[in-house]
Design a protein around this ligand. Structure first.
Ligand code: C5P
Length: 297
């Protein structure tokens, strides 16, 4: 049997780091949403116990270090599955970009194997298993739009942003998440996201307010490490963006644009500066997950 799952990229509409915890991680508060740029995960059931993995991109591990492999392996172990699976990843989401590409592949693998192996697990149960693989995996299991707290495992479903275009641009140099958080001094943060106001703007479907409230405490740090982040932001505003922000720990920068023609023009103008540029749609709410539901992984 064969199953295909989409693994969409996420962007941060806000990212706040409240304090450094005893375990060395930062306590986060993030509003995240999914965009229509996705990897495709093909899963083929195998009669024997092997997990095989193949990816169209040489930039991701093709073995047990790949998060999708880890997801399959963990699910097999937890559910006592004897069968194996061949995983094929058609990679479209930029790698090491702040777009949760690897986490989304892991989440799609969990959702897909749940169907392929007929496990009948709820999204909540899959998210709980996913939290053992990586901080962004629980969010990616649900997708859509959510407030994520803790390391990202405590989720509150939010309304999707109003329909608009998202122009994504990833500078060629990557940054290490550990290095970015390593430079963060939570007591010295000058501008913090107004998370509650962003949530209210989503409930009101207030596009202008959403573009005004985009904010990420990691952006100034990554900008210092990777000057292209600042340059791309300036260019995007110059080419008519309604709002611009870096996603996650970066270095991908995204612009929100309400008109398709402007988004396409922006892509053409940015291509000279940046090798990876995309204009995609914001994804609406894909399934009727109850708004306001609190889900805890
Ligand atoms: O989540 P990931 O393992 O990619 O994070 C890499 C590093 O970034 C962690 O080891 C930690 O140093 C830092 N980090 C953090 N707070 C978080 C997430 C990551 O300090 N919430």
């Amino acid at each position: 049997m064969f199953i295909s799952e989409k693994a969409p990229a996420k962007i941060n509409l806000t990212l706040d780091a409240l304090y450094k915890r005893a375990d060395g991680y930062h306590e986060l508060e993030m509003v995240m949403t999914s965009v229509d740029l996705a990897d495709r995960i093909d899963l083929l059931s195998l009669p024997h116990s092997a997990i095989l993995l193949e990816s169209s991109s040489g930039l991701v591990p093709q073995d047990d270090k790949n998060l999708a492999y880890m997801a399959a392996s963990l699910l097999r172990k937890k559910m006592g599955i004897r069968r194996g699976v061949a995983i094929k990843i058609d990679k479209k989401v930029p790698v090491a970009a702040g777009l949760a590409g690897g986490s989304s592949d892991a989440a799609a693998t969990l959702r897909g194997l749940n169907r392929l192996w007929g496990l009948g697990l709820s999204l909540r149960e899959l998210a709980e298993i996913g939290s053992e693989i990586g901080s962004d995996v629980p969010y990616c299991v649900y997708g859509n739009t959510a407030l994520a707290k803790g390391r990202g495992e405590r989720l509150q479903v939010l309304p999707a942003p109003p329909s608009c275009w998202v122009v994504l641009a990833k500078p060629s140099q990557g940054v290490s998440t550990a290095d970015v958080f390593g430079e963060l001094k939570v007591d010295h943060v000058q501008t913090r996201p107004k998370t509650k106001e962003m949530m209210e703007a989503l409930y009101r479907q207030d596009y202008r307010a959403i573009t005004r409230l985009l904010s990420n405490v990691l952006e100034p740090i990554t900008m210092n490490m990777e000057p292209d982040v600042r340059k791309l932001k300036e260019k995007m505003y110059q080419f008519g963006a309604d709002g611009v922000l870096m996603s996650g720990s970066g270095p991908t920068v995204f612009a929100l644009v309400d008109r398709e023609s402007r988004a396409k023009r922006m892509v053409n103008s940015l291509k000279g500066f940046c090798p990876q540029v995309f204009a995609v749609r914001m994804l609406g709410n894909l399934n009727k997950t109850k708004q306001n539901a609190i889900v805890q992984a």
